[in-house]
Write a protein of this length. Structure first.
Length: 260
């Protein structure tokens, strides 16, 4: 597979928490045209990899960012957290959730302008929930909140979009719709999806990155069990008709599982 311009390069990157190794010796390149599925066992380091890229955790080694990703002192990276990380009782509206995606650029005390609000409404309209703009988040469904978080992640027009278990807690019909929206977005930005559901994401992504303390990139959306074993990624693929499933096999931990 040939790629467009390289936007991020990780060189011998390691992450440790309280003396425990979450990642070690990570070498990985990410390109402008990438659509990557990040898989691996619980505690294997998927979240640590994402945090290192986003600068949310200290690391050894080097992470290089191309000028394509730079916007002043910040990077054009959009991040969509899991819905479970949001307190749905918090008294804010869907519009305010989306606008918070500009907070890195605006600063903590920055005020949102009329142009910011027009931008938020435009993104909500694009994703199909502009009618919910003024609705409190405690009054929307899990699928609607997922859409809002996707709007939040793309409002700043990122060059890299990172999605963390994006379809947890939603039904199958919305899951299909969600991945269709992400595929459309991937035409204009690189996308990385952290997921346990290899069977689903392999139908949409272009490449697979297996994370289990170390990292292995596979430039295809098809993986065999032998390849997964060679990557030290303890996932077993099962097929039932045309629908593949995955099973996480037993693996030995190092006491850092709670850090992912």
């Amino acid at each position: 597979m040939t790629h467009d311009k390289k936007i991020i390069s990780l060189h011998n990157v390691g992450v440790r928490y309280d003396g425990c190794t979450a990642l070690e010796g990570v070498n990985l390149d990410i390109y402008e045209d990438d659509f990557i599925g990040i898989i691996g066992p619980n505690g294997g380091g998927k979240t640590s990899l994402v945090k290192a890229i986003m600068g949310a955790v200290g690391h050894s080694g080097e992470i290089e960012f191309s000028d394509v990703l730079r916007k002043g002192k910040h990077y054009k990276i959009g991040y969509m957290p899991q819905v479970s990380q949001f307190d749905m009782r918090f008294p804010i509206s869907i519009e305010e959730v989306v606008l918070s995606g500009l907070q890195t650029e605006k600063g903590f005390f920055g005020r949102y302008t009329k142009e910011d609000k027009r931008l938020a409404y435009g993104v909500l309209e694009k994703i199909g929930i502009s009618d919910l703009a003024s609705r409190p988040i405690g009054e929307v469904s899990g699928g609607q909140m997922q859409r809002a978080l996707l709007c939040r992640a793309i409002i700043s027009n990122p060059k890299l979009l990172i999605l963390d278990e994006p379809t947890n807690f939603v039904d199958n019909s919305f899951e299909r719709e969600f991945y269709s929206m992400v595929q459309e977005l991937s035409r204009n930005m690189a996308v990385m999806i952290v997921s346990h559901d290899l069977g689903t994401i392999t139908s949409v992504v272009k490449s697979i990155v297996c994370v289990n303390r170390t990292v292995h990139r596979h430039d295809s959306n098809i993986l065999t069990e032998e390849q997964l074993r060679n990557y030290n990624c303890p996932i077993q693929i099962l097929s039932h008709g045309h629908v593949p499933h995955t099973v996480l096999e037993h693996h030995s931990g190092d006491g850092c599982k709670h850090h992912e």
